[in-house]
Ligand binder design. Sequence first.
Ligand code: CNA
Length: 440
Amino acid sequence: MPSRSLPTYHLIGKLKTPMGSGGAKKASHGPWGPGQSGAPTLSSVAKLLRDDHAYQARNVVVLAGAGISTASGIPDFRSPKTGLYANLKRYSLPYPEAIFDIDYFREKPQAFFTLSKELYPGNFKPTLTHCFFKLLEDKAKLLRVFTQNIDTLERLAGLPADRIVEAHGSFATSRCIRCKEEVSQRWIKEKVTAGQVAYCPQESCQRKTGGQGGLVKPDIVFFGEGLPDRFFACLDDLKKADLLIVVGTSLQVQPFASLVDAVHPSCPRILLNLERVGEIASYGSGGAGGLDRFFGGMRGAMNEKGFDFEGWTLPKDKGKEHIRDVFWEGKCDEGVEELARELGWTEDLHRLHRDICRKIDEENGSTELGKQQDESLARAQQEAEKTADEVTSQLEDKRHSDDLAHRLADLDVNDGKGETTEQATVEQVETLKRSGGPSL
Ligand code: CNA
């Protein structure tokens, strides 16, 4: 939910890399090596990651989107039937994106808080794709993961914070949009899981707003807000990238989508996605591709606007050349599994995934156990307090009775019908009690 106010062309202009300078290593036959015939495939990409291949990608940059988390149960935005936008009817929004629009949030925050209940981290586990990123890091191949996701699953997969750029922020921290004071995670979690709108708990903020306090919002970037500083601070990584993996994103949101074109023009790029996205519109046989070749220098500019899975068409039916982009169609978890298989990493990938999921289960289990223990402790305390009250009350009753007995004895209430003083006293005390007690 990035800023619409940040013009995309700023970013593209800033990142433009001149053809042929710096950036990825050059191999004599391009990144794919001499054995490559025809269009590169997933298998060709796997070779780039092999230690025995001439290219040896060591600065992999990943651009990730909501599609990498759908397998963990978090819906994406734009998938036709399952995506959030297809299921927002119940919020009666003026337009789907309004739910993440800062102006709409200020006016009607309830829709966001109702939705957040479904998305809030804690109920989800990283997917194989998240674990593949961690595996790339373990194998010293990963430079950075730029993610649009706000679910923090990259962190949960064990990636160190400095390898991640959460371009659209995350649920990890929250603050008042008025006084900017950060609130505790526990506090906001309670509000979100209860589906309640959160207002600033700071007294000073409440005083200034006449009681309620400013709205509190997780630090996720809404439409109309700027991207985190870290996003801009890490942009140079793109220039260093020697393999770009784009995964699970519709590339509809700017400026993130423009990062695809921020890598060096010779950097190989792969898209692992359910659908083809982010392609340069004007490429194709007989189309602008031909013109592009004719005008030569224009090519760079043209090529900076998306994937080119087909390659440039050579004149006179000489086929295609310079295919650097690969589209792999399917579920990204299956794509990374295939990559792992090609690399001999299958066991590593599955072990990592298993271990991470088990750790999360254990932590959730211990939290759940802790919660149960707390509850049972609270119940035991309540019982103990109840028993103590009862004992106190019985003791008071007894003291009361004894007191009455003494007084009655003093009055010599035994009428001489053979009852003991004690028996008579008990009956009389009971009678007195039933009648509301004496006013002694
Ligand atoms: P999007 O626009 O919803 O696109 C998702 C893309 O992933 C689509 O092209 C799908 O076809 C594709 N896809 C879905 N499932 C899979 C799968 N299993 N394997 C491969 N491809 C798949 O989402 P984007 O990330 O492109 O849009 C950016 C928005 C979405 C960001 O601002 C996010 O904050 C926001 N978002 C994040 C989450 C999350 O944190 N998990 C969830 C929903 C939305």
